[in-house]
Design a protein around this ligand. Structure first.
Ligand SMILES: *[C@@H]1O[C@H](CO)[C@@H](O)[C@H](O)[C@H]1NC(C)=O
Ligand SMILES: *[C@@H]1O[C@H](CO)[C@@H](O)[C@H](O)[C@H]1NC(C)=O
Ligand SMILES: *[C@@H]1O[C@H](CO)[C@@H](O)[C@H](O)[C@H]1NC(C)=O
Ligand SMILES: *[C@@H]1O[C@H](CO)[C@@H](O)[C@H](O)[C@H]1NC(C)=O
Ligand SMILES: *[C@@H]1O[C@H](CO)[C@@H](O)[C@H](O)[C@H]1NC(C)=O
Length: 630
């Protein structure tokens, strides 16, 4: 035995380094190999796609969105492109309508290449043919959110520098409210209808229907290239009022890659329950369908109770989601025919792991293609491994091409933490950090329309070394040991509610316009069983003034879309600020909306009685018991 074991030992002691290498290799395998193959495969797909894009971009404009659309019209003229209610439009129909729109707008609105047109429309087929019509004459389209009113409306419209606006006749009240201001600026206002009930607003639909169907000469859109702006999408950034992100031809081409990577083909029928004024619906949904030659079903408003009936009615095979949508679907009463549909793919972002699991259990094995990409950002993740709950995975190979980092963030001060020499600090695995991505030639940040300082605010300088430049996504993300990325929160002055980004400064501006309020601090608080955060306004009253719940209700309803109205109001003696005069929010957020915890007078927005009325323990309990719908 003795001899044997020494022999053994001796024999093995020779290649000692190999012995040492085994655990190292074993560890490497544990760390990398489970995903190495998938990482490489995804990298290969992404890289070859990027190469294709780079090639296409070189040939731009012949590979711009319009050319791809016209190619689809030639390939599949009679295939349905848009389904809406009981209407069906083929690729050819939409092409023809867009020709007419282009001629009508050129003739009546005297549009020239580069003139921006703002659309203030709900989801309807016209959204898409107007867009294509505008591209045919080289004009960018600004997609106004149809929930905005008065001051926000004018702000958003102004940052697009548009001189023409096309509005849905259903939004007449909102249009009339801002009409004097628009007229003063010499803006041409149209309703998308055959006649106009408002003096000073023209009708457009009759003009489109009477216009020529002839092809639009390409001389109407000279010099179309990668950098030509095609559409402006509004985003509530981390600071202030909404901003118009400039989407150019190049970005449009890239955004269509999400539908390709999700596996959508020309045979698919994509259901788009999201608003077309956001990048998800328009750039990933509609633009993606054009890329693949697929059919899209659009709906004016998401409805959880109609969702599966729609999927059956239109034979939907894929749909787009945001986390809230999946949660609403899971919250509907169970039905026997829950699995009776032919949906195989879902594309979107923001789903929590519990909802994701429940959704698949209940509605069947639908492939969930979760991705992360900000409208104006330059970083991009995709869940190619199928890890539930993750928004994607960091990929060593991809990271080399699109560098991004997670850095320490001071939530209280609302800025990245910098060390003694002024550099930002990377967070460790498992820690939450601010996602930033380097701005380079291959990963550009196209910025916002209008005021250049808005664009500058999203840039971070001298992050890790002098002279480097990063894009600040405003998203707090956690990367686990295996490299999976999980969304944690938004920073700064926005929070998400009902799938929309709410800008706290915008809400505070409106609440602060009420005559009895001196100071306002708006923040979002998490609510159990809900995605995002619900709005709360902490206010300080003017001296000798009392709170008028009816007046505040009126102001808020007049000026803010429903998702942005603060659901709760608490009255404070004073609004606390930090050393740098920023309002303190972290403590307030922690206190939530429990009347037992909050000692200040607390009010609650009561939609039925149109008033802010005192918050009670009953309402609080009802919210927690899910018997009260927020
Ligand atoms: C509409 O315009 C496109 C090119 O812009 C052209 O290919 C198509 O033939 C036109 N449609 C009709 C009906 O003339
Ligand atoms: C859906 O599919 C069925 C059976 O294949 C077909 O009869 C029906 O016309 C389709 N509906 C639509 C809207 O395409
Ligand atoms: C809200 O902000 C996030 C983070 O920047 C972005 O990914 C998302 O698209 C925005 N959502 C909307 C509806 O604008
Ligand atoms: C994303 O994850 C889900 C997990 O259910 C998986 O089914 C899906 O295939 C993944 N997406 C891709 C593109 O692999
Ligand atoms: C600050 O961070 C940078 C980069 O992260 C590092 O190179 C530098 O040594 C740090 N300085 C100090 C004083 O810690």
């Amino acid at each position: 035995m003795q001899v044997q074991s020494t022999l053994l030992f001796r024999r093995m002691s020779v290649p000692k380094s190999v012995l040492l290498a085994i655990p190292v290799l074993w560890m490497l395998k544990r760390i990398f190999l489970p995903y190495l193959w998938q990482d490489l495969k995804f990298f290969y797909r992404a890289a070859s796609y990027m190469k294709k894009i780079a090639q296409a971009l070189k040939q731009c404009p012949s590979f711009g969105m319009l050319d791809i659309f016209l190619k689809q019209v030639a390939t599949r003229p009679n295939q349905a492109f848009i389904l809406y209610q009981d209407q069906s439009y083929t690729y050819k129909d939409i092409d023809l309508k867009s020709n007419q729109t282009a001629w009508a707008l050129r003739e009546h609105a005297k549009l020239k290449k580069g003139d921006c047109v703002a659309v203030f429309l709900g989801n309807e087929p016209a959204y898409i043919w107007i867009w294509l019509g505008l591209i045919k004459i080289g004009c960018p389209m600004a997609c106004l959110n149809y929930n905005i009113r008065s001051k926000s409306f004018l702000h958003c419209f102004k940052c697009s520098e548009a001189k023409v606006i096309i509005a849905a006749p259903e939004l007449r009240n909102a249009v009339e409210e801002v009409l004097p201001a628009l007229r003063e600026q010499g803006v041409l206002v149209y309703y998308l209808s055959r006649d106009s009930p408002t003096a000073g607003v023209y009708s457009l639909l009759d003009k489109i229907e009477a216009a020529s169907q002839e092809p639009i000469p390409s001389s109407f859109r000279p010099g179309l290239n990668v950098k030509t702006p095609i559409v402006y999408i509004y985003t509530s950034g981390t600071t202030g009022l909404p901003k118009a992100a400039v989407i150019n031809q190049g970005r449009l081409l890239i955004s269509s890659s999400i539908s390709t990577m999700s596996g959508i083909t020309s045979k698919d029928i994509l259901y788009i329950p999201l608003p077309l004024y956001h990048s998800a619906g328009l750039l990933i949904g509609v633009r993606g369908c054009i890329q693949q030659g697929a059919t899209c079903v659009i709906r004016n408003k998401f409805s959880a109770s109609q969702f599966w009936d729609d999927c059956r009615k239109y034979n939907v095979t894929a749909f787009q989601y945001i986390g809230e949508i999946l949660r609403y679907l899971c919250n509907t009463p169970k039905k026997d025919n829950d699995k009776d549909h032919c949906v195989r793919i879902a594309v979107g972002n923001g789903v929590r792991s519990d909802v994701w699991k429940e959704f698949i259990n209940r509605f069947g094995p639908i492939k969930m293609c979760e991705f992360y990409a900000a409208t104006e950002g330059n970083s991009f993740f995709f869940n190619y491994t199928g890890k539930i709950g993750a928004l994607g995975k960091s990929n060593l190979f991809l990271k080399a091409m699109r560098p991004y980092n997670l850095i320490k963030y001071d939530v209280e001060k609302d800025e990245p933490v910098r060390n003694a020499t002024g550099q930002c600090i990377r967070v460790a695995k498992g820690e939450t950090g601010l996602l930033i991505s380097e701005i380079t030639v291959t990963t550009p940040f196209t910025g916002y329309a209008g005021d250049a300082s808005l664009t500058e605010k999203k840039r971070l300088h001298n992050v890790f070394k002098k002279g480097d430049l990063y894009f600040n996504t405003g998203d707090l993300i956690m990367e686990d040991k295996e490299g999976f990325l999980f969304f944690q929160d938004r920073v700064g002055d926005t929070f998400r509610w009902k799938g929309e980004n709410v800008s706290t400064t915008e809400v505070a501006d409106i609440v602060g316009m009420t005559d009895f309020i001196e100071e306002v601090n708006v923040y979002g608080i998490p609510v159990p069983y809900h995605e995002g955060r619900i709005g709360m306004a902490a206010v300080k009253l003017k001296e000798d003034q009392s709170f008028d719940g009816e007046k505040l209700y009126e102001k808020v309803v007049d000026y803010l879309p429903s998702y942005a109205r603060p659901r709760f109001v608490r009255i404070q003696e004073s609004i606390e600020v930090t050393g740098t005069y920023k309002q303190r929010k972290v403590e307030l957020v922690k206190e939530g909306f429990n009347p037992l915890v909050i000692k200040d007078p607390l009010y609650f927005l009561d939609e039925t009685n149109k008033i802010y009325r005192p918050m009670t323990q009953q309402i609080y309990n009802a919210i927690l018991e899910k018997t009260f719908k927020l």
